[in-house]
Write a protein that binds this ligand. Structure first.
Ligand code: FAD
Length: 304
């Protein structure tokens, strides 16, 4: 119930105009993002980098209203890459397709992401949004992958279709970030039972690992905070002799921090995704929905 309510809130324009103005909400958000500016995010990339943890940057935003709005987004990401390179930081970029125009113009979106992939030193990651965009995002990935080796795609294990989607792109030697999925989806498209989502996650990860171990090419980013997923998969990857160039665990800033420390101590390849920007409301509601206990953190900060 709580998850559904929070995911509903994430798409509600009235709430998204009002709640971010409340000081206690802004205070609570700081747990999941170091700040709203690129400078805040890069400072944290530097701090994590000094501990041997590379990062991924995402500027928050989605579902633009005009194609002109994509220009500053592309410019901001190019600037982020320039500054990270200047500071000698290992920082990759992850974009949301609708933040670069997927709602409005597929060809423009391809050109926008291509401009970033061209400039990127490491992987240029494409996030996966709600199911209204799954097909178009796969098309976008295929078009970009034809020209750029360094483009990576997020796949969601909660979707019933993902097994077939993965099979369809395996021959491309894909760079995949595997996540469970963060949006409200109907049961005919996404498994409603968490046990099925977890089982699907393990199946998909093992399928990709076998492909990598067989020399098929690609990369597996384990985008999860769940040690029941990362534990057995990392064990298999190590047993198959795969290294940092073939897989890594990817976690969100501020979540599972103890687990992140443990992975670093054990020498497991880890990358942390840092989000920043002022358009954090829908993203933050999805983080609360993942763990409704987080709502108490927001309530507590209202009384602090
Ligand atoms: C690097 C990265 C990129 C992502 N990109 C996308 C994307 O492009 N598209 C998409 O749909 N989803 C994306 N997600 C979100 C993902 O789909 C899940 O919603 C999210 O990771 C929570 O699921 P989990 O795998 O951690 O497992 P869960 O089973 O939900 O959680 C496992 C454990 O992790 C901890 N945990 C998980 N979430 C939270 C939280 N919000 N606050 C506090 N503790 C928490 C809890 O201890 C929980 O018991 C991304 C996640 C990561 C890590």
């Amino acid at each position: 119930m709580m998850r559904k309510a929070l995911l509903w809130a994430s798409t509600n324009p009235w709430l998204s105009r009002r709640l971010p103005k409340r000081r206690f909400v802004r205070r609570a958000v700081r747990r999941f993002m170091p700040g709203e500016s690129l400078a805040d995010a890069l400072t944290e990339c530097g701090r994590l980098g000094a501990r041997g943890v590379p990062t991924i940057l995402t500027m928050l935003g989605e579902n633009l209203e005009s194609t002109d709005e994509t220009k500053p987004v592309v410019a901001e990401y190019l600037e982020a890459m320039r500054l990270a390179e200047q500071d000698g930081l290992d920082v990759e970029i992850s974009i949301k397709p609708t933040h670069l125009g997927l709602d409005l113009d597929a060809e423009l979106t391809r050109a926008n992401v291509a401009a970033l992939a061209e400039r990127a030193e490491g992987t240029l990651w494409i996030d996966m949004e709600g199911t209204a965009y799954t097909e178009r995002t796969l098309d976008l990935y295929r078009a970009l992958r034809a020209e750029h080796d360094n483009v990576g795609l997020c796949l969601q294990s909660y979707l019933r279709r993902t097994e077939a989607d993965l099979e369809g792109i395996l021959e491309l030697g894909p760079r995949i970030r595997l996540v469970k999925g963060a949006y409200a989806e109907p049961p005919d498209l996404a498994w409603p039972d968490k046990r099925d989502v977890d089982a699907s996650y393990l199946r998909l990860a093992i399928r990709l690992l076998e492909h990598l171990a067989g020399g098929g090419g690609g990369f597996l980013g384990l985008g999860t905070h769940d040690p029941r997923m990362t534990g057995p998969i990392v064990e298999r990857a190590e047993a198959a002799g795969l290294g940092r160039d073939a897989y890594e665990v990817e976690m969100l800033y501020g979540i599972g921090v103890g687990e992140q420390d443990r992975l670093v101590r054990e020498g497991t390849p880890l990358r942390v995704l840092i989000s920043y920007g002022s358009a954090w409301f829908p993203w933050y509601m999805r983080r609360l929905a993942e763990r409704p206990a987080n709502v108490w953190f927001v309530v507590r900060s209202a009384f602090r």
